[in-house]
Ligand binder design. Structure first.
Ligand code: SAH
Length: 243
């Protein structure tokens, strides 16, 4: 953290939010992000949590990128971050949106331990991590269903749909956070989405980073009918024969 002081952090974060059309954060929220950054950088020295190590990149590629979904999540929603890793997008959303109730799921224990430790440290009472596999019936029973499921960088859209759509209430939605090839992945997943009870719409956007911009797609899948009880299958079957 010697590379950046709080004033520079705060300014860069505010500029990046503005450039990307994200609502300004309060001073307290920026301070919470600062404390999270210190914690993330420190733990990342000994435990591999993220390959993004420079603070300006953490701000744009983790925090601001995570916050691009915020405006698509209704007030007071119950949200699941499926495959949250160390907490993206769940931690930025929990800080910026105290109205949300967020559960974060990952199959790697150490990542969930880090997330829960961070939630304690930052007093994020709206965020709780759970360690388990998405397709495991035990995980599904424990977590229940959600108004919104968000997921960033977890699996291709057809595989991701089978993991995520069962967790969505009818009337709710999945928001899949994708890179430039979102359109292609969505085309490939249309059949899966239909079988699983969804209807999809893609929103293309540019994430303005520090020195350039990167294409992003936010794929919104509305749940219109119940997912057949045969899904999700075991992970090996999902991968072997994606819908
Ligand atoms: N969303 C985070 C992490 C992406 S890496 C980010 O964008 O930074 C993908 C994560 O998904 C990994 O941490 C991996 O453990 C988790 N994951 C992959 N398949 C999963 C499954 N079936 N159930 C639960 N977690 C899964």
């Amino acid at each position: 953290m010697e590379t950046m002081n709080y004033q520079d952090f705060s300014k860069l974060f505010a500029d990046s939010c503005e450039k990307n059309g994200i609502s300004p954060l309060s001073e307290t929220q920026v301070n919470t992000f600062w404390r999270f950054t210190e914690h993330l950088m420190k733990v990342n020295e000994t435990t591999n949590l993220t390959a993004i190590r420079s603070i300006p990149d953490v701000i744009t590629k983790h925090y601001v990128d995570s916050l691009t979904v915020s405006s698509m999540i209704p007030e007071g929603a119950r949200v699941l971050d499926l495959g949250c890793g160390p907490g993206f997008p769940s931690i930025p959303l929990a800080i910026a949106r105290p109205d949300l109730t967020i559960r974060a799921l990952d199959s790697t224990d150490k990542k969930i331990r880090f997330l829960n430790e961070s939630a304690d440290l930052l007093e994020l009472s709206n965020l709780k991590g759970y360690s388990g596999r998405a397709e495991d019936p035990k995980t599904r029973k424990e977590l229940g269903q959600f108004d919104v499921v968000v997921s960033r960088a977890v699996a291709r859209m057809n595989v991701l749909s089978e993991l995520c759509i069962p967790y969505v209430f009818i009337g709710g939605k999945l928001i899949a956070m994708k890179g430039a090839k979102g359109d292609e992945e969505l085309a490939e997943a249309q059949n899966a989405i239909k079988i699983l009870g969804g209807a999809a719409k893609n929103h293309a956007l540019e994430l303005i980073t520090n020195d350039s911009s990167e294409a992003r797609c936010l794929i919104e899948v509305f749940k219109v009918k119940e997912t057949p009880s045969t899904y999700p299958r075991q992970y090996s079957a999902i991968l072997k024969k994606p819908l």
